[in-house]
Design a protein around this ligand. Structure first.
Ligand SMILES: C[S@@+](CC[C@H](N)C(=O)[O-])C[C@H]1O[C@@H](n2cnc3c(N)ncnc32)[C@H](O)[C@@H]1O
Length: 252
């Protein structure tokens, strides 16, 4: 189920996280990304953030995702945007990264940790590849309080049980357990209007229009896609009041 959901997103050439471009910009600031830094983005999806960072700072970026289709889309995006020289995209699992200890200055992840099997292992593994003094930062959806059985059931029905966020305290604990210090947490409301606006801003008008066109063509030509999309992509509106999103950053 997990990979079906993500395969659909790769076909649409569209991946997302709560807070969209605002969240990415705050993550960039709190992780002190600049031209001199070597960055790893874990669970990079279709490569929107690695391309954005490479364009904005001209720094070297590596993006990993466990799906080949996501990495294919990411490489196409980097070529289209003329930043393929700066970015290396690789298929890899965040729980077992193919990098040496202390290879990167900064590791970021946007809406990946809520989907992984072993969150602590994923954070520990990300921290392993960061240089001493470097930053680790994630942006994730967070429950405002521990979820009710009803909310968990709605989530499971919508995402097939693969989406499993924590509270802000829970996310902070993961970072502390991984030995990070100087933890900074910044939380924000999730609203339908903000989400729509920030997703459009993040993708840019042209890529947004292309993604919309691809989605509509798939809906018309592939009934299976239509059914799967209906099941997995409908945002569970009744849950929005139970969520916020947070940026969680720590230093190694
Ligand atoms: C919600 S999407 C977010 C993608 C991207 N960060 C963005 O904000 O557009 C989550 C991504 O994490 C990837 N992913 C999930 N589990 C993973 C794992 N164990 N290792 C690497 N990537 C993973 C999925 O394939 C998907 O592309």
């Amino acid at each position: 189920m997990g990979s079906v959901f993500f395969e659909l997103m790769a076909e649409m050439d569209f991946t997302k996280h709560s807070g969209g471009l605002s969240a990415t910009n705050e993550l960039i600031e709190l992780c002190h990304i600049d031209t001199s830094k070597y960055i790893l983005d874990v669970g990079c999806g279709v490569g929107i953030t690695p391309c954005y960072i490479a364009r904005k700072f001209g720094c070297r970026v590596v993006g990993i995702d466990f799906l080949v289709s996501m990495i294919d889309r990411s490489r196409e995006r980097a070529r289209r945007q003329g930043v393929e020289e700066l970015i290396d995209f690789r298929v890899a699992d965040v729980q077992d990264l193919p990098f040496d200890d202390e290879e990167f200055d900064i590791v970021i992840g946007e809406s990946i940790m809520a989907f992984v099997q072993d969150k602590q292992k994923s954070v520990d593994e990300s921290v392993r590849v960061i240089k001493k003094g470097g930053y680790f930062g994630i942006t994730e959806t967070a429950w405002l309080e521990d979820p009710s059985p009803k909310n968990l059931a709605t989530l499971s029905q919508t995402f097939g049980g693969i989406f499993n966020p924590l509270t802000a305290d829970g996310w902070e604990q993961l970072l502390l357990q991984a030995g990070l210090r100087d933890i900074v947490t910044s939380t924000h409301d999730v609203t339908v209007m903000n989400e729509a606006f920030n997703r459009l801003r993040r993708l840019g008008f042209i890529d947004f229009t292309k993604a919309l066109y691809k989605t509509l063509s798939l809906i018309i030509t592939k009934p299976l896609f239509r059914d799967a999309l209906r099941a997995t992509m409908s945002e569970p509106k009744e849950l929005l009041d139970s969520w916020e999103y947070g940026i969680f950053v720590g230093r190694k």
